[in-house]
Design a protein around this ligand. Structure first.
Ligand SMILES: Cc1cc2nc3c(=O)[nH]c(=O)nc-3n(C[C@H](O)[C@H](O)[C@H](O)COP(=O)(O)O)c2cc1C
Length: 216
């Protein structure tokens, strides 16, 4: 049995999305002790920016007319798609950057969608638990000045759920910058509360993901 773990935070120290995804992973492994974890870290090892564009161009020509670069891009993306399809469950860490999804994560999704198995209408993750961990520095709740400004989380949840067919649980935490931004210091207790709630939700999501995975 296996878990595919995708991280997209551009930091390795102090990353909240990684910390919450760790909770999901730990809970999954506690319930499925023999499970394997396949990792991809887009934060420290992003995909080349032209991988997606080269694969898109390959889609416009017949296979026999593809350039060596186009063939290489298509086959690289097939490998990336395989590592997701080979897993029984998926956890993805998605920080909010500039009010949207991180560019590295967007590139990964764009690349995968060029693989025929991940094209719209194929539901490659049908029946598979997917835990989406979202971290945001600010607050975006109802009535806050930034309500409606998170243009990333809804988009990626829709891709995972409505385009790829995953059984998606979203675990969100926000105000993560309260600890380091003096102007947000009053929000620290609320930030801590949200983080604790996210940890608990992450553990529950990891356990649920393991429960729908056949025992090792
Ligand atoms: C380049 C950059 C842009 C960011 N943009 C936003 C933003 O638009 N809104 C927000 O609430 N937080 C923003 N943040 C803060 C991150 O969302 C926050 O630090 C989050 O915890 C990042 O995930 P991580 O802790 O896993 O690294 C930004 C951080 C960086 C480094």
């Amino acid at each position: 049995m296996s878990l595919f773990r995708l991280d997209a935070s551009i930091r390795t120290e102090g990353s909240v999305s990684r910390e919450i995804a760790d909770e999901v992973e730990r809970a999954y492994l506690a319930a499925q002790p023999g499970a394997e974890v396949t990792r991809r870290d887009l934060g420290t090892a992003p995909l080349p920016a032209d991988l997606w564009t080269t694969a898109v161009a390959a889609g416009y020509v017949s296979e026999s007319d593809r350039t060596p670069e186009q063939r290489a891009a298509v086959s690289r993306i097939a490998e990336l798609a395989d590592e997701v399809l080979d897993a029984d469950a998926v956890v993805i860490g998605s920080p909010l950057y500039n009010f949207g999804i991180g560019a590295h994560l967007k590139s990964w999704i764009d690349a995968l969608i060029t693989d025929p198995r991940f094209a719209p209408g194929t539901s490659p993750l049908a029946g598979r638990p997917v835990v989406l961990v979202v971290s945001r520095g600010g607050g975006y709740g109802p009535g806050t000045p930034r309500e409606g400004w998170d243009h990333g989380s809804g988009w990626i949840a829709r891709i995972l759920r409505d385009v790829w067919g995953g059984d998606v649980t979203v675990v969100e935490t926000e105000l993560t910058l309260a600890d380091v931004v003096p102007a947000m210091s009053e929000l620290r207790p609320l930030a801590a509360e949200k983080r604790e709630r996210a940890r608990a939700e992450a553990r529950a999501a990891g356990e649920r993901a393991a429960a729908v995975t056949p025992a090792v």
